[in-house]
Design a protein around this ligand. Structure first.
Ligand code: PHE
Length: 450
């Protein structure tokens, strides 16, 4: 079985793929705008604490289970325990993961489609095709459908190429471009007037906003979303890792890359907002709060770019290109969860699986587009604020309680004979057993009560 499975060709390939999955719209759009609206550096602190204390251990749970089973989430969770009931519950959790990953993809593809449309619109501006550009940037069913399908098509195309020829190859190409583009944009925006004001908001904490239960729940959802947890993505990527690799180390690198890029993206988005304010663009609501997250990127930034004339067109193309790449390296990991299951457990050919599941996701996106005001926010809240942390909780239970401690240790010993005496083994097993589940539940309980 394992011989016909894909495997990442190198450590670098895995890091690019897994951090490509982690770094996405959540980092460059979600994190900075949430930080902007929720106490700046205070949100940053809560987020960092949650990312290291909860998200990293949960990521490790997925990577270890995946690498051990060298299999898709459904089979991996089913085979952890010989107990039939636990096996069945494990398989059901795996299936729930596939469902949530696909639902996430269904709204993610809509937003990613906008990114491509906005990028093309700026290109059209460059060529003087103003009408086409206006159509590309206005909210319409046809535009939304077209670009969502285009994005899902691109995702399915890459997945058809397999682990090395698709996921690894494209992530290794796109991630360096992403990082470079991000840095160039930051360097440019920081030279503009008003940028330092945004920096201040970002770096000076306002703790009165950050400690409410609802905010902590949001930060938890944001951290799980950002690290692609609770849907089996990291479990699948872990399953394509060779037994020679050091898992705690690789997981640590991926967590760091993810967090650093989210934090760096804040140095782009917040200063850009205040540059916009400086150029006369409205960024506050009547009640003094920041305008909402979606409005920010699709209205504030284009208005800002417009005030910058030709430079603005180029910055705009670059910015939306960056967002499209970030989205693509994430969306492939969402689709791969179900495709891995379909190919391994159902015997479907990879290309066909990508096509059929891609069409199913496109159908879900179509429903959301037709009833946008009701469904879009609902699907996001259900999948990211509840689905991901709760399934992450289940994965921690499987790694901490269901799986025999010895089995976990054997997995870690595979590449590191000293693992038993290392810091990771001293802390992580009880941590994932007690601390992670308790904190996740406590955050939920508090949010429900308060
Ligand atoms: N981590 C991705 C982001 O930050 C989103 C994602 C969620 C990817 C779940 C895969 C699975 O945008």
């Amino acid at each position: 079985m394992t011989s016909t499975r894909g495997e990442f060709s190198s450590r670098f390939g895995f890091i690019m793929a897994a951090s490509g999955s982690a770094v996405g719209l959540g980092n460059i759009w979600g994190f900075p705008t949430q930080a902007a609206g929720n106490g700046g550096a205070a949100f940053l602190v809560v987020y960092l604490v949650l990312a290291f204390t909860l998200a990293y251990p949960a990521l490790m749970a997925e990577l270890i289970i995946g690498r051990h089973a060298h299999s898709n989430p459904v089979r991996a969770l089913r085979t952890i325990s010989p107990n039939p009931l636990l096996a069945r519950l494990g398989a059901a959790s795996g299936i729930a993961g596939l469902g949530i990953a696909s639902l996430i993809l269904s709204f993610y593809a809509i937003v990613a489609g906008w990114m491509i449309a906005f990028c093309l619109a700026s290109l059209m501006d460059l060529f003087g095709a103003a009408e086409l550009s206006a159509w590309l940037t206005s909210f319409g069913v046809v535009r939304n459908l077209l670009f969502t399908y285009l994005f899902i098509g691109l995702t399915a195309f890459i997945i058809t190429g397999g682990v090395r020829g698709g996921i690894e190859r494209w992530s290794a190409r796109l991630m360096p471009v992403l990082i470079l583009t991000l840095l160039i944009l930051i360097a440019y925006v920081l030279t503009l007037e008003g940028a330092t004001e945004g920096l201040k908001i970002y770096l000076l904490p306002d703790f009165s906003r950050s400690l409410s239960p609802d905010l902590i729940l949001r930060a938890l959802g944001a951290a799980f979303f950002s690290l692609s947890l609770g849907v089996g993505t990291m479990l699948v990527y872990g399953s394509y890792l060779s037994d020679e690799e050091n898992l705690p180390l690789l997981g640590g690198v991926v967590t760091l890359v993810d967090i650093i890029i989210a934090v760096i993206a804040g140095f782009l988005i917040l200063p850009a907002m205040y540059v916009a304010l400086h150029s006369g663009v409205h960024i506050f609501n009547a009640d003094g709060t920041l305008i909402s997250e979606d409005t920010l990127i699709f209205t504030v930034l284009p208005e800002l770019f417009a005030t910058m004339r030709l430079a603005g067109v180029i910055v705009s193309i670059t910015f939306f290109f960056l967002m499209s790449i970030a989205a693509l390296t994430s969306s492939i990991s969402m689709l791969e969860v179900s495709v891995a299951y379909a190919t391994e457990s159902r015997g479907v050919k990879r290309g066909r699986a990508a096509l059929v599941i891609g069409c199913a996701v496109a159908a879900a996106s179509t429903l959301i587009i037709f009833d946008f005001s009701n469904l879009f926010g609902l699907v996001i809240t259900l999948t990211t604020r509840y689905g991901q942390p709760l399934l992450g909780f289940v994965f921690c239970l499987y790694a901490g309680w269901v799986w025999h401690r010895d089995g976990v240790l054997q997995e870690l010993l595979k590449n590191n004979p000293e693992a038993e005496h290392g810091l990771f083994w001293r802390i992580w097993p009880w941590y994932v057993k007690f601390v992670c589940p308790v904190i996740i539940l406590a955050i939920f309980a508090q949010a429900a009560l308060g």
